[in-house]
Design a protein around this ligand. Structure first.
Ligand SMILES: Cc1ncc(COP(=O)(O)O)c(C=O)c1O
Length: 388
């Protein structure tokens, strides 16, 4: 049966309306399209939501995390422990500063979060930082990583790219590690198209990140607007252009105002999926440990080990029924840049081979989520009868 395009299910989609378009237009009309008041206000709102002193807007997660590693002086000869089961950017930033990403395995369950015990086993005298990921929005066991970092004298950086609005025992992600880095890419719960944010309580680090994102300039254009024309900025060290624009920040402010609604709507869709998946013979549901609240940035499931069907066949079966599923999180260590030194990561490989993601965004209607569940059932039910 073909689906009318008007009611086609999108796999992911930003939760925009006229308010974002108006905010972007207002920033353009104001003339302050970069380094202006919108960025300052966005950063203050983001910091408040995360319960930290500083939020520093960047052009992406990648430039933000790179700049953090650069500020920490991490470089050639150093190692950074990262999960492999993540978007490859997590490993790439270590390479960008000349360091080595050292891959740790994930827990052998459907949290798909990096296992602190395995990460501990990867620490050597060259390790400088731990960069665990909040997988698809689900907070990782940051307290275990904090303890590891303290024991070994390492810096802990939370890859919170996907996790704005998630909580760990009531505490917002962004405040749980000394440094956290978020992405505002279009797939994230709150988006500015591209963009990133670093959060921290470290005043000196925040001040340096703000300078270095702006070519090392001592004061931004907005800060210098009332200074005399002859007031020249200074450039105490070599910087970069990693600025977030005011047009992005204006969109971001509207998005931050919707964060609670966005997360609530995602949670309602997740609950429908979870209700269907309970005790499913072919599919395993995502596990959310006690005390964790995820923002459901993505909804990942797995085809059970003993299922009489592979993951790709389930994805294709859903596509044939008008449901756009995708394969799950990648394993970075299997890609060309890292393949030659790939360690044994059995849980990561199993997840990368068996996980898939269902449509998840706040615009999914009740009838659409019903269609997703019905399609899952149509694809898997015959297998159960055949298998049994
Ligand atoms: C876990 C994780 N880390 C890092 C990134 C990179 O973010 P950005 O595209 O903003 O650089 C992403 C983006 O998908 C991600 O999911």
């Amino acid at each position: 049966m073909s689906t009318a395009p008007a009611d086609a299910i999108a796999f992911a989609r930003p939760w925009f309306d006229e308010a974002e378009a108006e905010a972007a237009a207002a920033a353009v009309r104001s003339g302050w399209v970069v380094g202006g008041p919108q960025l300052e206000a966005f950063e203050a709102e983001f910091a408040r939501i995360c319960g930290v002193r500083h939020a520093i807007g960047m052009s992406s997660w990648t430039t933000g995390a790179f700049l953090v590693l650069h500020c920490l002086g991490i470089g050639p000869g150093d190692e950074v422990v990262v999960p492999s089961l993540t978007f490859i950017a997590t490993a790439n930033v270590a390479v960008h500063v000349g360091a080595r990403p050292i891959f740790a395995d994930v827990a052998n369950d459907t949290t798909w979060n990096v296992d602190p015990g395995d990460a501990a086993a990867r620490i050597t005298e060259r390790t400088r930082a731990l960069l665990p990921v909040d997988q698809l929005g689900l907070p990782c066991d940051i307290d275990a990583f904090r303890a590891l970092a303290d024991t070994h004298g390492l810096t802990l950086i939370d890859d919170a790219a996907c996790a704005l609005g998630s909580r760990n025992r009531g505490r917002p992600v962004g405040s749980l590690a000394p440094i956290s880095v978020f992405s505002l890419h279009a797939r994230k719960v709150v988006t500015t198209g591209e963009g990133g944010v670093v959060t921290t309580d470290d005043d000196a680090l925040a001040e340096r990140l703000r300078r270095l994102r702006n070519q090392g300039m001592s004061a931004s254009a907005f800060e210098r607007r009332d200074a005399g024309a002859a007031q020249a900025p200074s450039f105490p060290e070599v910087g970069f252009n990693f600025r977030m624009t005011d047009v992005q920040a204006a969109i971001g402010r509207v998005q931050l105002g919707k964060l609670d609604t966005i997360v609530e709507r995602r949670r309602a869709i997740a609950e429908r999926y979870l209700a269907y998946l309970a005790n499913h013979p072919v599919l395993a549901a995502p596990r959310v440990p006690e005390g964790m609240e995820t923002n459901w940035q993505s909804f990942q499931i797995a085809v059970r080990d003993d299922a009489p069907v592979g993951r790709d066949a389930v994805v294709e079966g859903l596509a044939a029924r008008g449901v756009p599923a995708r394969i799950g999180v990648m394993a970075a260590h299997r890609e060309a840049p890292y393949r030659d030194r790939a360690p044994l990561l059995p849980a990561t490989e199993r997840a990368a081979d068996r996980a898939l993601q269902l449509p998840m965004h706040p615009g999914i209607t009740e009838s659409q989520s019903t269609r997703v569940v019905e399609a899952l059932d149509a694809v898997t039910r015959p297998l159960v009868s055949a298998g049994g």
